[in-house]
Design a protein around this ligand. Structure first.
Ligand SMILES: C[S@@+](CC[C@H](N)C(=O)[O-])C[C@H]1O[C@@H](n2cnc3c(N)ncnc32)[C@H](O)[C@@H]1O
Length: 251
């Protein structure tokens, strides 16, 4: 019997990136609406900005920038923002949103986070909101290590995201139960979403969240200091760390 040939690692990586590009190009306008109308998400964005604590003139890299939910407020505080997103629809919307808000200092970069190559020590902060759970786990760890290189000593990595595991602790179970109950209350449409989300979650093709503990360990392993985690609302948390002076050494 003919067996399908296993995909090579670069092919698997390429497929994941292409899927994200397609998905978010279709969903760009819908996401902007969700982001604007979801107060919980606004709280996560505020927390990421507070923790990043931007100063005028800072260079900040926003990973998975969408249509500017973090990049525009950061630029309004005087930062120069390198805004990276895999979806051209998102970076186009970001450009028009920045122009509409009369904000300068946002440089859109249409590229996968996984391929980003920046000058070592060139960033004052690296931030991300609700994007890194789309990366495969090995790519999350690689990006955290890269961020340690891109940051100047004393620079900060701040990640806001859905952070929960697969039911291994009480917080995970509470989040999963709350999500399923909220959808179930919507009737047949909600039941369909439960089935769809469960399939995505189990196959880890679209969303691959990991726990606060897993993120904390990734930052510590990449050599970050002062690693801190804050639970913000329901599933969302913010994990941050500071790049120490001198060479970054993995623990
Ligand atoms: C849920 S949206 C969040 C957007 C924005 N950061 C916010 O706070 O609203 C996720 C974003 O991550 C981007 N994304 C997903 N995978 C990516 C990848 N591998 N490289 C770059 N961007 C990616 C998507 O295109 C999308 O714009």
């Amino acid at each position: 019997m003919l067996r399908p040939r296993a995909l090579t690692e670069p092919a698997r990586r390429g497929l994941t990136i292409a899927r994200q590009r397609r998905f978010w190009t279709r969903r760009a306008a819908a996401w902007e609406h969700t982001a604007d109308s979801t107060p919980g998400l606004g709280k996560v964005i505020e927390t990421v900005i507070d923790v990043a604590d931007p100063a005028p003139g800072d260079t900040i890299v926003d990973l998975g920038c969408g249509s500017g939910q973090l990049s525009i407020p950061l630029a309004q505080r005087g930062a120069s923002v390198v805004a990276v997103d895999v979806s051209p629809a998102m970076t186009e919307m970001l450009e028009s949103n920045a122009a509409e808000a009369e904000v300068e200092g946002v440089e859109p970069v249409t590229a996968p986070i996984e391929d980003l190559d920046l000058r070592p020590g060139s960033a004052d902060a690296v931030v991300s909101n609700y994007a890194l759970h789309h990366l495969r786990d090995e790519d999350k760890a690689a990006v955290v290590e890269q961020a340690a290189r891109w940051l100047r000593p004393g620079g900060r990595l701040v990640i806001g995201d859905m952070m929960f595991g697969r039911g291994g602790d009480a917080r995970d179970r509470q989040i999963i139960f709350a999500k399923v109950s909220a959808l179930a209350r919507r009737g047949p449409g909600g039941w369909w979403r439960i089935a769809k989300n469960a399939a995505r979650y189990l196959t880890r093709t679209q969303e691959r969240p990991v726990s606060i503990k897993a993120w904390t360990k990734m930052l510590e392993r990449a050599g970050f200091r002062q690693v801190e985690a804050r639970s913000v609302v329901s599933e969302a948390a913010v994990v941050s760390g500071v790049r120490p002076p001198g060479e970054v050494t993995r623990s």
